[in-house]
Design a protein around this ligand. Structure first.
Ligand code: HEM
Length: 387
């Protein structure tokens, strides 16, 4: 309607739609369809705009740990979803999104339980990186040293090359730690919390469960140089990966099984840019999809799922993707590139139970790398600094 204040909606027309009764019989259904038919042009435009907006890729940003986080969640009878976000410059910024369809048992949950499951699911997949990847292949073993931050007088491992800007969710571990300290002071180490949270993140995402051997103590030292030289890179070749795992007492089967953790979680554009623009052992359609949100220059922190098919579920899709040349990192695709790991990848792609069984065994093995026990180390009060 054109009025003195310019173009505006005719309020007299809105109430027709607003007061439209829910169709409960043939007459009210006919009334509804009549109105829908009459307003369909505007409604269709709005619907198409909505579809266009939904088609835009959600550009995820790395978290800013100095700002508060928000989780928005929603649940229907069949699916749940949640978005982890932050407000920056008064605008919402997406950090991580997770959605999943409900399992047979979950469908029977009450609506409150379903609503609560949504943030739990989001937490479990967004915290996965922190809780599993570097913890035990870090500089000095499973002693929580990866959690240590730099201070003016101390060099931690959070800033080692592979961890810098990469380990997400430190705040989750600190939150768990302070809750544990409040209930039971100076007993549970950060290293044990990390190992338990890893297992729970895997279980909550649909993966296997296992008993975590406990009793690790936390390091009073960190070695950024060891972390720099021990942690494999996304650009590593198969032989480098094998050697760096061997140096920790882990064999080829451990390497392939543990890499299956890339069945969920995210990677920054800077870690896979070279692969999607220069590697030849990559499926062209997959490379094109990834290039859409990871430009040839800039956008270093833009995130993409490590598992393109089921990004938030802990399953064996990672191996199936490798077989169709859809590994995100160069190091991922090295595991299926006509080399000695091919047959193990094929085995896990065909047999999820075998992957789960080997993953659990290798996680326990990795979790036992050089733990501090007895009177060595300490029980840290705050995970990011020594007592
Ligand atoms: C084989 C050698 C490995 C290499 C070269 C490697 C490299 C990487 C890289 C580059 C990223 C993305 C980092 C970022 O952009 O910030 C990543 C993410 C991740 N890694 Fe690994 N990784 C390896 C092994 C492992 C292992 C053994 C695990 C656990 C058992 C693991 C679990 C994860 C998880 C869960 C993420 C997702 C992180 C998130 O969502 O924030 N990785 N890895």
């Amino acid at each position: 309607m054109v009025s003195n204040s310019g173009l505006e909606v005719d309020k007299a027309m809105i109430h027709v739609i607003r007061d439209l009764p829910t169709p409960i019989n043939l007459r009210t259904l006919r009334g509804f369809l009549g109105h829908a038919g009459f307003y369909r042009r505007t409604a269709l435009d709005a619907f198409n705009d909505f579809k266009e907006a939904l088609k835009q890729a959600l550009v995820l940003q790395p978290p800013d740990y100095n700002l508060p986080f928000e989780i928005m969640c929603d649940a229907s009878d069949f699916a749940i979803g949640a978005l982890l976000s932050q407000i920056r410059d008064k605008k919402p910024v997406a950090i991580y999104d997770a959605s999943t369809t409900l399992g047979d048992a979950q469908i029977n949950y009450s609506i409150t339980e379903k609503e609560l499951l949504a943030p739990v699911n989001n937490y479990s997949s967004s915290s996965s990186r922190l809780t599993s990847c570097p913890a035990c292949t870090s500089g000095q073993g499973c002693d929580g040293s990866v959690l240590l931050a730099d201070t003016p007088t101390f060099t931690g491992e959070q800033n080692a090359f592979s961890n810098r800007n990469s380990i997400r969710g430190m705040d989750v571990i600190e939150t768990i730690k302070s809750a544990v300290e409040a209930a039971c002071n100076a007993i549970v180490s950060c290293a044990d919390i990390l190992a338990l949270a890893t297992r729970d993140g895997v279980v909550l995402s649909g993966g296997p469960s296992w008993t975590v051997p406990l009793g690790r103590r936390d390091a009073r030292t960190a070695s950024q140089s060891a972390a720099n030289s021990n942690l494999p890179l996304a650009s590593s070749s198969l032989s480098t990966l094998i050697t760096s795992f061997q140096n920790q007492g882990l064999n080829l089967r451990d390497l392939v099984a543990l890499s299956g953790a890339h069945t969920f979680g995210l990677a920054r554009c800077v870690t896979f840019r070279n692969r999607i623009y220069n590697d030849t052992n990559i499926q062209p359609a997959f490379a094109a999809t990834r290039r859409a949100t990871c430009p040839q220059s800039g956008g270093a922190g833009d995130l993409a799922p490590l598992d393109v098919t089921t990004p938030n579920a802990f399953d064996n899709a990672y191996y199936i993707n490798l077989m169709s040349r859809r590994g995100l990192l160069h190091s991922d695709q090295e595991l299926f590139n006509n080399g000695s790991a091919d047959s193990i990848v094929r085995g896990y792609a065909n047999n999820r139970a075998a992957f789960f069984r080997d993953f659990v065994a290798s996680m326990v093995k990795m979790g036992n790398i050089a733990p501090l026990t007895g009177s060595n180390g300490e029980i840290r009060r705050v995970c990011s600094r020594v007592n």
